[in-house]
Structure formats: structure tokens, C-alpha cells
Design a protein around this ligand. Structure first.
Ligand code: C2E
Ligand code: SIN
Ligand code: SIN
Ligand code: FE
Ligand code: FE
Length: 675
């Protein structure tokens, strides 16, 4: 019998069994014939044949039992084993001779044998019904217990009396262990399901949610037993877009339909307990061996707190950035209105408020005056001038601390609340005094058109902003004062200088108006030649003072109607040096000195007092020289009458490159409006 193919063996056995039964029937028929005497020689021969066959077939039957995959035991009513097949011996670990004839119950574990034997006896005695199926353990020779599943069948004699039992037993020890292991594993999985700190949902292949673990139920605030058609009962938005998740657009729906795994989907949900939460969603299909979708698993991780922490950090970073921007604004912009307006841009943005303004304290009049605003609908705020007793801002100044009105509508109707509520629709108000070096400079006010629930961090930032605004106001005030004293000084100098030059013109009656004219022309020409505003201020002063040195030239020489003697020329040529001596000690005029000191130097180096040449001569002086000679020749002098324009033009032209810087002459000639 080939052992390699069980199925073939079993098939053959079934066929042989049928064959055997047919032969036995035949033999029985023959036996009956013998008993009834109706038998002949041929029949006896047949009978003999049948007996032989029977014996042979019994041998085969034994073989049949032996190759069976299950154990067979036949017990007599006295508990003794009549027959056991090879598989039975194999399982028990004994040889057939050690088993047959012994009480079957010797092969049961000690604690089982008496009870089972008792039941067996009762069944054999017909006192209780036989059991067709039960499971009980046997004890092997090596002392192991094996669990056997028994199927039992009564053996009866012709009269129907019980003569024994035939049982087939299957060793189910391993299967039971596997089942138990499976049960344990399921228990473990259930435990994990229950204690897992992430939300877990199981859905069937139609997307119907079957089960949620406690963490999942906690996240959503309820256990929703809903079908996919009802996903609308869940409210969620995808982050960062904030787009509402449509009922047929849930990750779970896609997962089941397309067998896709969706990881790290970020959702903001409206939980059933009314809370907004941020969750990480993970969905994966559950596939069977053929790859068909059997359902899906959804994992929810509540990251609300993590998200809040991240948001907080991001906000703090933004706030720090905003503050550093403000610091730069304050340092760079000297126009207070402009820097306050920049600060308010950042204030409303970073605090997330609808409007804000800055009122500056006028300590003379004890009023708060408009400084800057942002976000107001009406322009009335720009005319604000309130007395301290008549406003929240005033209260902030007087009490020197934050005033907060969470709901302006709950305030008594009065002159200053009404416009805020009626015209501006504001709901809440916060006013922070702007204090620096112990002095209140004003108030920073913020308004919002819905209620706010600011946290400590928000107030911290509001205070930081107020500190910056106070610095900005303080800085601007200092700068303004400095600027004012600066310009006062400038004006004083200007007046002084003009006074000097006028005094000079008065002394030299004939040159009246000369200084004013040359100053004007020189500044214009220097402007055309590209000198800066700051340089032009110095050029102007230099021109005004160009002949200040003539103060040191005696009247007899200065006002002499005729040509000068050599001696007189020596005195006259000292006037630039005198100017230098007079003006050099005045720091403020040091840069203006070029013209008075160098206006008689010549391009070819033949001028005085130092004989400078070309670009050694300061540009301002080179420019001025052209203008000065132009105006001197166009005017009457005590020593000669004025020249015609034509003649002067000719003179300037031919002196280009000797007396004058040719470039200056060129520009001067090209700008007839200067003359
Ligand atoms: P200023 O009268 O203001 O003249 C300024 C410059 O214009 C002179 O510098 C000279 O470069 C030019 N300039 C003025 N008038 C004439 C002129 O008739 N011919 C020519 N070619 N150039 C003229 P400069 O020469 O260094 O003279 C400096 C100052 O000396 C003059 O200032 C004036 O106060 C005085 N000065 C010059 N020449 C005479 C003179 O003949 N008699 C008197 N009393 N004073 C003179
Ligand atoms: C203010 O509080 O600064 C004035 C607001 C307004 O006039 O509406
Ligand atoms: C106002 O009366 O408009 C100003 C209120 C305030 O400054 O607190
Ligand atoms: Fe001069
Ligand atoms: Fe002059």
C-alpha cells in the first residue's frame, strides 16, 4: 500500500471495504444455508473459499485500521482493550501486546481514570446514554498527557445487548494548544486595543464603523456607530488648508474603495463633546488572503496639545521677530508718526486684533492726543483729544496699569463708550499705559470686534509692545529737541554771518549787493556741479564771508579810487589770510573756510595767498572765483567803472585754464541763467 498519497489510500480502502462487505454478505448467506441443511458440495467449497477470503479480508481490515489517521480502540464491557490499531499504539507509545487485554483506564491520567471508568461502567450497564462524542486525555508511556477527541459507537449482540464499544480517537492536543494560543493572542490584542493611547477604529468592508477603542472614543467624545453614508455626522477640516471634509471624502472611504493606506493626514475635528481637536489620522485597509478588502483600520492620534505647543512656539518666534522689526523701525525712523504707524501694523497683526491706536500724553494740558491708529472705521479717532478723567485711556494713565473691558456693551452708556460701540462695533478694549523711566508718555489701546480670550502670552506681548512704543515716543521727543536746538543754532549762525557780510558791504559802499549776488550765484553753480545739500550750506556761508578778511584792510587802501601801489597790494593780498585767522577758530565754519581763504588762488598757480595750483585749490573756491570776478567786473568799483557783459564774458573765457578751472568756466558759460 503506497503511503505517500493518503487520498489514494483512503479511496482504495473504501472500495476494498465495499468489496469485503459484499463477500461477508455472501459468506453469511452460505452459513445460513449450511445451518438450514440446504447445502451442497459446491456450496461447501464456496463456503471454504469464503472463509479463506474472510480471514484474508480480516487481515486487510486490520491493515485498514492500521493505516487510519485516527486511533481505534475496541473495549469490552469489562473495560478491557480488545483491539487497538497502530495509530493508537503510536500515540500511547506502547506496543499492541502491552495494551490489549489491559484495562483501558490504565492509560488515562490518574485524576481522570476513576471518573471516566465509572461513567464507562454506567454506560455499559445501560444506566446512562452513551456519549457519541467527548474529549478526554490519555497518558502515554513517557508520561505525557494527550488530549483525544473521541467518537464512540456501541457494539451489541444480536439480541441488542451491549457487548462493548468501538471508539475512534483523534489527537487534538496540538490543535487545542493552537486554539488556546489564538485565544490568548486575541485576549492580548483586545487588551492592546483597550489600553492603546491612540484612537483605533475598525470598519467593515462597507466602511461601517464597528468598534472604537476607549482612546478613540475619548478623542471623538462619543462612540459613533455610523455607516459611510452618515459620515456627515463627523465634522472635520483638513489642515493646513482648513477645508471641510466632505462625507464621501473621508480617508476611510478612499482606503476601502481604493485599498490605499493613508498616513499622517492632519485634521481639525469637532468632537462630539463640543471640543475642537487636532488629530493625526492614519487609515489602512484590512485585506484577506486573496487581497480583497475585508474592512479598514483607522488610527487617530490626538496632537492638540502638541499642535498648541508648536503654535505657541511659532507665535513667540513671530513676536520676537516683530519686536526686533519694531526696534529697527524705532532706530531708523525719526518721524514719530511713521514709526508709530509701523508699530501698530505689527500690533494688530501679531495680537490678532481689529484695531489699535496710540494716544500721546500732553503733560502741559493733561490731555491725551492722537498719535496713530489702525483699523478704525471712522476717522474721528484722529481728532482725539481727551481729558484723563474722560476716557479709559485716561484711567490707564492715572492708575498706571492695564485697563481691560471684555465687553463694552456692558459698560454704562457714556460719551466715550457710545461711539466705540455704535460707530466702530467694538466689543472689547485693552489700554496699556506707556511708561518709560517712570514717566507716562501715553497709552496703547487695542480693540476687537468680537470677544477675545487672551492668554498670559498675549498680555506679555502687549506689554512688550507698549514698552517699545514708549521708547519710540521718548526717542522721538529727544530727537525733536535735539533737532530743534540744532536748527536754532543754525539759524543763529546764519543771522550772524549775514550780519557780518552786510556790515562788510556797507563799508565798501560801491560793492553793495555784491555779496548777496555772488552767494546766490555760487550756490546755484555749485548745485549744478553736483555738490550735496550739506556742502551747499558751507558754500553759502563761505560765499557770504568771502571778503571778510577785507575788515583788516585799511579804508585808505580799500576805498582808494586809483590803482594800488606795491605796498598797498601787499596789504590787500593779506585779506584771505586775515579771513583764515578770523574764522578758523570757529569750528562750525571750518568747512566754510575754503572760499574766504582760497578765492584768490589761480588755476595756473599764480594766485595768492599760497600759490595753490589746479585741483589743489578747493572746488568751492574754484567755483567762487569765477562768480566773484564776473560780478566784480560787472560792477562799478572805486578804482574803475563796470565792464560790459560782452567784455566780461570775453575776459572769463580767455582766463579759463590760467586764472580759472576750465571745467567750472564751461559749466558757468553754459548756464546763462546764473549770470
Ligand atoms: P574786487 O574789487 O572785489 O575784485 C575782485 C577780483 O576781480 C580781483 O581780484 C580781480 O581778479 C578781479 N577784478 C576786479 N576788477 C578788475 C579789473 O579792473 N581788471 C581785471 N583784470 N580784474 C579785475 P584782485 O585783482 O586780486 O583784487 C582784489 C581786491 O583788491 C579787489 O577786490 C579790490 O578790492 C582791490 N583792488 C584791486 N585792484 C585795485 C585797484 O586798482 N585800486 C583799488 N583801490 N583796489 C584794487
Ligand atoms: C480712542 O479711544 O482713541 C478714540 C476712539 C474713537 O474716537 O472712536
Ligand atoms: C474715546 O472716548 O473715544 C476714547 C476712549 C479711551 O481712550 O479710552
Ligand atoms: Fe577777495
Ligand atoms: Fe568779491
Amino acid at each position: 500500500m503506497p503511503k505517500k498519497s493518503t487520498s489514494r489510500t483512503q479511496k482504495q480502502l473504501v472500495a476494498e471495504n465495499e468489496d469485503l462487505r459484499a463477500r461477508l454478505d455472501e459468506a453469511e448467506e452460505t452459513l445460513r444455508a449450511i445451518r438450514s441443511g440446504k447445502v451442497d458440495g459446491e456450496q461447501i467449497f464456496t463456503l471454504k473459499q469464503a472463509e479463506d477470503a474472510l480471514q484474508k479480508e480480516q487481515g486487510r481490515a486490520q491493515q485498514y485500521l492500521d493505516i487510519a489517521g485516527v486511533m481505534f480502540v475496541v473495549l469490552a464491557t469489562d473495560r478491557k482493550v480488545i483491539l487497538i490499531n497502530k495509530k493508537g499504539c503510536e500515540i500511547l507509545g506502547y506496543v499492541e501486546q502491552e495494551i490489549v487485554g489491559r484495562s483501558w483506564f490504565d492509560f488515562l491520567p490518574q485524576d481522570e481514570k476513576d471518573r471516566v471508568a465509572g461513567t464507562f461502567d454506567q454506560v455499559m450497564a445501560g444506566e446512562i446514554e452513551r456519549m457519541e462524542y467527548f474529549e478526554n486525555p490519555i497518558l502515554t508511556k513517557s508520561g505525557q498527557e494527550r488530549l483525544i477527541a473521541w467518537h464512540n459507537s456501541m457494539l451489541t449482540d444480536e439480541a441488542g445487548r451491549i457487548i462493548g464499544v468501538v471508539s475512534s480517537g483523534e489527537d487534538i492536543t496540538e490543535r487545542k494548544r493552537a486554539e488556546e494560543a489564538l485565544r490568548n493572542r486575541e485576549g492580548m490584542l483586545q487588551k492592546i486595543f483597550d489600553i492603546l493611547p491612540v484612537g483605533l477604529w475598525l470598519a467593515d468592508k462597507d466602511g461601517k464603523l464597528l468598534r472604537g477603542n476607549p482612546a478613540g472614543v475619548k478623542i471623538w467624545g462619543a462612540e459613533p456607530q455610523v455607516s459611510p453614508l452618515e459620515y456627515g455626522v463627523f465634522k472635520a477640516r483638513r489642515l493646513p488648508s482648513g477645508e471641510e471634509v466632505a462625507p464621501d471624502d473621508w480617508a476611510l472611504v478612499h482606503t476601502i474603495r481604493d485599498r490605499v493606506t493613508i498616513v499622517d493626514e492632519l485634521l481639525e475635528i469637532d468632537a462630539f463633546d463640543g471640543k475642537k481637536k487636532t488629530i493625526l489620522n492614519f487609515t489602512a485597509p484590512v485585506l484577506d488572503a486573496r487581497g480583497d478588502v475585508q474592512g479598514a483600520i483607522v488610527v487617530n492620534q490626538d496632537i492638540t496639545e502638541r499642535k498648541q505647543a508648536e503654535d505657541r512656539i511659532r507665535r513667540q518666534l513671530e513676536h520676537l521677530t516683530a519686536l526686533s522689526v519694531i526696534d529697527r523701525v524705532i532706530a531708523a525712523i525719526f518721524d514719530l508718526r511713521l514709526s508709530l504707524s509701523e508699530i501698530l501694523n505689527l500690533t494688530t497683526k501679531e495680537l490678532g486684533v481689529d484695531a489699535a491706536d496710540i494716544l500721546i500724553l500732553n503733560s502741559n494740558s493733561s490731555t491725551l492726543e492722537y498719535g496713530a491708529e489702525r483699523g478704525f472705521r471712522a476717522t474721528a479717532v484722529r481728532k482725539t483729544q481727551v481729558r484723563l478723567s474722560e476716557s479709559y485711556a485716561g484711567r490707564a494713565v492715572l492708575e498706571r496699569h492695564l485697563i481691560q473691558i471684555p465687553n463694552l456693551r456692558n459698560e454704562p452708556n457714556n460719551l466715550f463708550v457710545t461711539p466705540l460701540v455704535i460707530d466702530e462695533d467694538f466689543v472689547c478694549y485693552y489700554g496699556v499705559p506707556l511708561i518709560i523711566k517712570g514717566q507716562v508718555k501715553g497709552v496703547l489701546e487695542v480693540y476687537h470686534r468680537t470677544s477675545l480670550e487672551p492668554d498670559a502670552e498675549w498680555f506679555g506681548f502687549l506689554n512688550a509692545l507698549a514698552g517699545r512704543v514708549a521708547i519710540a515716543i521718548e526717542n522721538a521727543t529727544l530727537f525733536e529737541n535735539l533737532q530743534r536746538s540744532n536748527s536754532e543754532l543754525t539759524m543763529a549762525y546764519d543771522a550772524t554771518i549775514e550780519g557780518w557780510s552786510q556790515a562788510m558791504d556797507l563799508r565798501d559802499k560801491e560793492t553793495e549787493g555784491h555779496t548777496q549776488r555772488v552767494t546766490e550765484m555760487t550756490v546755484k553753480l555749485a548745485g549744478v556741479l553736483g555738490l550735496s545739500e550739506a556742502e551747499l550750506v558751507q558754500v553759502r556761508w563761505g560765499a557770504l564771508l568771502h571778503d571778510i578778511g577785507k575788515m583788516g584792510v585799511p579804508d585808505g587802501i580799500l576805498l582808494k579810487p586809483g590803482p594800488l601801489t606795491d605796498e598797498e597790494w601787499v596789504a590787500m593780498k593779506k585779506h584771505p589770510t586775515f579771513a583764515h585767522e578770523m574764522l578758523a577758530p570757529i569750528r562750525y565754519l571750518r568747512l566754510a573756510l575754503d572760499i574766504p581763504y582760497c578765492h584768490h588762488e589761480k588755476w595756473d598757480g599764480t594766485g595768492y595767498p599760497r600759490g595753490l595750483k589746479g585741483t589743489q585749490i578747493p572746488l568751492a573756491a574754484r567755483i567762487f572765483a569765477v562768480v566773484d570776478v564776473w560780478d566784480a567786473l560787472r560792477s562799478d568799483r572805486p578804482y574803475r567803472l563796470a565792464w560790459s557783459e560782452e567784455k566780461v564774458r570775453e575776459h572769463i573765457h580767455i582766463s579759463s585754464g590760467t586764472h580759472f578751472d576750465p571745467q567750472v568756466v564751461e559749466v558757468f558759460m553754459q548756464n546763462p541763467n546764473l549770470m
